[in-house]
Write a protein that binds this ligand. Structure first.
Ligand code: PEP
Ligand code: MN
Length: 363
């Protein structure tokens, strides 16, 4: 995939620092858009956002003001000198956004999930030179996210970026949408050169967790943050709990620490290398032990098979889980991590025992 980076989008975006995209979840009135956007521009936002058409879970809730709101955000753009971005979900939205000279389009999570909708938008953009930012699909499906980016690439849109807004899964607590950081990290590995913006607002679903998630995103080398901001969040017509005032945005940004992805300091490099070689050695030992553990699991599989016994004994699995989790806490490992790790090992052990069970005995 050929990708043109944000600094070369011709919109004056400065990527030497995290790119802040901000503005209301939804455009509600001209005054609300103007006040929110002028406010966030003062606090360092580089791109203005506003939802014009809102994909809502249930009907009869506020579904956006529609095209009427596009001139409002353009007016905010004119007064601040900042580029604008809106979400488009179909060909008509694209037509309206282009007609109103919106600078950047974004694809929402509920659209990325649908290849027909993404293709319709991509087809509407054939021959148009406009940047597109693609949010992750609602479900944790990385190929679907990459597929959406590819659909734009195939129609000649090279000014591309991704937005990580978390995944809608059961048990996302304490988040609204579970970040599953390994997915955007893997996206960055598979699509080199792709810039990824983090959207802490839709990950958190509340204001008080925004700072922690934003800092984590910067420490994971995300290229910027999309943060919803409303002049009066408590009366917002959508996502009231997660929006911050422009002053709140300023405070949040002021607290963030930006660190460098690399250091030229030779002392630092030497010490880091020494610590990393410890990690390399430990990883090797862990893998060796896991290999040995699976060897025993296969032996157990054979023994169960010879005696006509099932692979799973629930009481044993319960004991393994509870005793290991108890041990793990004394090694400063979290219960969550230990449980997830044991489940992975157990899955592999079951898979290996199943192989043994299914193997036809040599005669
Ligand atoms: C939004 O940015 O307001 C929005 C609707 O987000 P998402 O597509 O991530 O749900
Ligand atoms: Mn929103």
């Amino acid at each position: 995939m050929q990708i043109i980076k944000m600094k070369d989008w011709g919109l004056g975006i400065d990527t030497s620092k995290p790119v802040i995209i901000s503005g209301p979840c939804s455009a509600e009135s001209e005054e609300q858009v103007m006040q929110s956007c002028l406010g966030v521009a003062e606090k360092g936002a580089q791109i203005l956002r506003a939802g014009i058409w809102k994909p809502r879970t249930r009907p009869n809730s506020f579904e956006g003001v529609g095209s009427e709101g596009l001139p409002w955000i353009k007016r905010a753009s004119k007064e601040t000198g900042l580029p604008t971005t809106v979400e488009v979900a179909n060909g008509r939205h694209v037509y309206e956004a282009l007609r109103n000279h919106i600078d950047i389009l974004w694809i929402g999570a509920r659209t990325t999930v649908n290849p027909f909708a993404v293709q319709e938008i991509a087809d509407a953009l054939k021959g148009v030179d406009i940047p597109v930012m693609v949010k992750n699909p609602v479900n944790p499906d990385l190929p679907l996210w990459i597929g959406a980016l590819e659909r734009f690439s195939k129609v000649g849109i090279n000014k591309l970026a991704a937005i990580h807004r978390g995944f809608s899964v059961t048990n996302s607590k304490p988040y609204r949408n579970l970040p599953m950081w390994h997915i955007p990290i893997e996206l960055g590995r598979l699509v080199p050169g792709l810039e990824i913006i983090n959207d802490p607002s839709h990950i958190c679903g509340n204001r008080h967790m925004l700072a922690g998630v934003s800092q984590k995103a910067l420490d994971l080398t995300f290229n910027g943050l999309m943060i919803e901001s409303h002049i009066n969040p408590d009366v917002a017509l959508s996502d009231a709990k997660q929006q911050v005032t422009p002053d709140g945005l300023g405070e949040l940004l002021g607290r963030l620490v930006t660190r460098e992805p690399v250091s030229e300091n030779p002392m630092f490099t030497a010490n880091l290398e020494a610590l990393r070689s410890d990690i390399d050695k430990l990883d090797r030992e862990i893998l060796e032990l896991l290999g040995k553990r699976m060897e025993v699991a296969r032996e157990i599989g054979q023994y169960k098979k010879d005696n006509g016994v099932t692979i799973l004994q629930m009481s044993r699995w319960n004991d393994v889980l509870s005793s290991r989790i108890e041990q793990a806490t004394s090694f400063e490992l979290s219960e969550e991590f230990c449980k997830a790790y044991l489940q992975e090992i157990h899955d592999e052990s079951i898979r290996q025992q199943t192989d043994v069970m299914n193997r036809s005995e040599a005669v």
